[in-house]
Design a binder for this molecule. Structure first.
Ligand code: PA5
Length: 446
């Protein structure tokens, strides 16, 4: 069985094996809290055994729903934000042909587009213009069922779909994923008779990619959600024990040792453009889980080698408060060799005949050595390939490590009280009924 692998040897100039070992007891206690629900936020641990508890019946239902959308639609818009968006986006981007949207008929049809992840007027206008002559469907995802951004997008697209297809047909092309009982979306879905899937109470948004929240859009995009879950099940088993053979345990311990040594910023680095949105998903997972009580590693991400030409200077030579976690992908999907050129005016013949990825790997290795020499510790995660199974492993690995790491830090990794502050101000400024006092107070400050 091939699995992702974590290597921490390149952190040793900053923290010693003893510094990491010293955290064994705290990491063991944290893992116990995750496994046995004895820590803060224990109501939100439904993701821990979720891969192994995912039933065939649920997967069959998701796949059948996806097939119906694929049959009836050339475009499906997944509406959601934060944890109701980033996981699906990350997996679909990772697995898709990079140019699928320009090549109708290749993998990627029907197109899965996203909305409700911003409040961009131009974005929504342009999306609706694009959808005017499309046979489109909607997957609307909101655990709370009350989030403003997806609610606005859904109101617009629902109206458009009903206008284009008529009420009855439109209802058949809308799937809602939300709480079993609560929230405006559940009420609406019941009234309109939409097909629905449930987000369990005990799974928070940013831990929900392996539920219908992520699985349905991923299946609609044509990818193998059974393999994704299989990979997660493998990682669930591998991350059960409290020892350094458990990659999540090792990663959580190491990043906390680095944090204690003054490394306050973690940069997730990839060398494959397909992983850009994995960085975005990871940033939410760790940022929302750990950034509280005035503590927490700041999660950043770069796409190399692209960003070596923008952020490379800072990483090599800026303030030494950072460490990197590099995702290295062992096998590429396709082959491309660098051709020989007789004139050799670009001087590239010394690498002619090599795979493009061989050059990429040397860029990666050279950069890691330079960064370690420059005082940036490196954790190396090797992923066998960008395939459903390994992405399932990677997702679960990061989730488990996040739970352990958050408890080690001494926070509740499963709440997000800070997210409410902007909402309160926005509602006050928009004069939402019920916010009269806040409206008065905020307007007095302007
Ligand atoms: O992780 C979280 O809980 C958040 O990022 C939510 O996923 C996000 O705010 C969207 O919430 P909802 O699914 O309730 O619309």
């Amino acid at each position: 069985m091939k699995t992702l692998h974590v290597d921490i040897k390149d952190v040793m100039a900053t923290v010693s094996a003893d510094d990491i070992k010293h955290l064994d007891a705290a990491a063991t206690e944290a893992l116990d809290k995750v496994a046995n629900g004895t820590g803060a936020g224990a109501d939100f641990l439904g993701w821990v055994n979720l891969p192994s508890e995912t039933t065939d019946a649920l997967l069959d239902d998701i796949i059948a729903t996806a097939e119906a959308l694929r049959r009836d639609c050339d475009t499906v818009v997944a509406i959601g934000i934060g944890g109701s968006y980033l996981g699906a986006k990350a997996v679909i981007e990772a697995l898709s042909d990079s140019f699928a949207s320009y090549r109708p008929g290749v993998a990627g049809d029907p197109k899965v587009l996203f909305a409700g992840q911003n409040i961009g007027e131009d974005y929504l206008y342009e999306l609706q213009e694009y959808l005017k002559d499309k046979r489109f469907g909607i997957i609307v995802i909101s655990k709370s069922g009350t989030t403003t951004e997806p609610a606005i997008a859904f109101r617009l697209l629902k109206e458009q779909l009903e206008h284009q297809l008529g009420l009855e047909e439109a209802r058949k092309r809308i799937v809602a994923i939300t709480d079993a009982q609560r929230g405006a979306l559940r009420r609406l879905a019941t009234e309109e008779g939409y097909k629905t899937f449930v987000i369990a109470d005990n799974v928070g948004g940013r831990f929900s990619v392996l539920t219908p929240v992520g699985l349905l859009p991923i299946a609609v995009a044509g990818f193998d959600i059974r393999a994704l879950i299989d990979g997660a099940v493998e990682m669930e088993k591998l991350t059960a024990a409290a020892d350094e053979a458990n990659p999540a345990f090792l990663y959580a311990e190491t990043r906390n040792a680095l944090y204690n040594a003054g490394k306050k910023i973690e940069i997730l680095v990839n060398y494959n453009p397909k992983l850009h949105y994995f960085g975005e998903w990871w940033k939410q997972l760790y940022g929302e889980s750990e950034g509280k009580d005035k503590k927490g590693i700041f999660p950043a991400a770069v796409d190399n080698s692209t960003d070596l030409h923008s952020m490379g200077q800072w990483i090599q030579d800026g303030e030494r408060t950072i460490f990197e976690t590099v995702i290295s992908v062992a096998e590429q999907r396709h082959e491309k060799l660098i051709p020989t050129d007789e004139a050799n005016l670009d001087g590239l013949n010394y690498i002619a005949g090599k795979h493009v990825d061989e050059v990429n790997k040397m860029a990666e290795l050279g950069t890691r050595i330079a960064h370690v020499d420059g005082g940036v510790p490196n954790i190396l995660i090797t992923l066998p390939a960008i395939e459903e199974k390994y992405l399932g492993q990677l997702i679960y690995f990061f989730e488990k490590a996040c739970g352990i790491s958050g408890y080690m830090l001494g926070v509740n990794p499963f709440n997000q009280p800070g997210v409410e502050d902007y909402k309160r101000n926005m509602f006050a400024l928009l004069e939402k009924p019920g916010y009269e006092k806040e409206t008065e107070a905020i307007k007095a400050r302007l």
